[in-house]
Design a protein around this ligand. Structure first.
Ligand SMILES: Cc1cn([C@H]2C[C@H](O)[C@@H](COP(=O)(O)OP(=O)(O)OP(=O)(O)O)O2)c(=O)[nH]c1=O
Length: 220
């Protein structure tokens, strides 16, 4: 069996990743990787910008611990928010969300998503990964706006305690790169990785000249 014929499996609980992947027009199924990524990250010793890709690789290995994942082409991803070279993570509780949103207010930071595409065929693991980084500037929102946003519950499952896509909060003033990377799945990076397995979607995401989302890539 060639890698082109392997069924595509997105290993993610993120509804955003599911929606973004759907735009490529490839059939895929969804499952959630087992394991405890926070506990695993405690063993990470590389640079903070490499943490997302390392964690995406961890999620892939956790998937292949299930025999039924063999003979699939598996996509895993991890999004990190980095301020002053520190990874902020997801909020532990509402107080932590408040403190993360205050620390980001009016500040440039980077959102880095690591993506890994991998297979396990006949016991052989093949894995390719990349990271994509988007500088993001937050607007100077007020404490009252932070409280109202936290009350919606939206920050709690998101790195850095915010969703750039939040229509009510609209936390960002400017971004300097891929919008879909911030939301959790940079399509251009994914398309490059799929090509390494000879998979070429008909709708193939971003390019500098013909990106269908280019207007959203430069919200200024
Ligand atoms: C910064 C930011 C993050 N996010 C989301 C993307 C990710 O879903 C989440 C970061 O957590 P992740 O651990 O990357 O992903 P997840 O736990 O949601 O899903 P899984 O591990 O199963 O794939 O934050 C946004 O939706 N908008 C944003 O603006």
């Amino acid at each position: 069996m060639t890698t082109t014929q392997l069924p595509l499996l997105l290993a993610s609980a993120s509804p955003r990743r599911r929606q973004i992947l759907a735009t490529l027009g490839l059939p895929y199924t969804v499952s959630v990787a087992p394991g405890d990524e926070d506990a695993a990250q405690a063993h990470y010793q590389g640079s903070v910008d490499g943490l997302g890709e390392w964690t995406a690789a961890y999620k892939a290995l956790m998937m292949f611990s299930r025999p039924e994942t063999a003979n699939h082409l598996v996509i895993t991803a991890d999004t990190t928010v980095i301020l002053d070279d520190q990874e902020l993570g997801k909020p532990r509780d509402t107080e932590h969300a408040r403190s993360l949103l205050r620390s980001l207010r009016g500040r440039w930071h980077r959102v880095v998503t690591g993506i890994v595409v991998s297979t396990m065929v006949a016991g052989q693991l093949q894995m390719h990964g990349e990271s994509c980084s988007t500088p993001v500037l937050m607007r100077p929102y007020t404490d009252e706006e932070i409280d109202a946003y936290i009350a919606t519950g939206d920050p709690m499952d998101k790195a850095g305690a915010y969703g750039i896509q939040s229509a009510s909060f609209q936390p960002t003033e400017s971004i300097d790169g891929c919008y879909y990377n911030v939301v959790g799945l940079p399509l251009c990076t994914l398309v490059r990785l799929l090509a390494k397995f000879d998979v070429h979607p008909a709708n193939s995401g971003c390019s500098d000249t013909a990106c269908p989302w280019s207007e959203q890539c430069h919200i200024r």
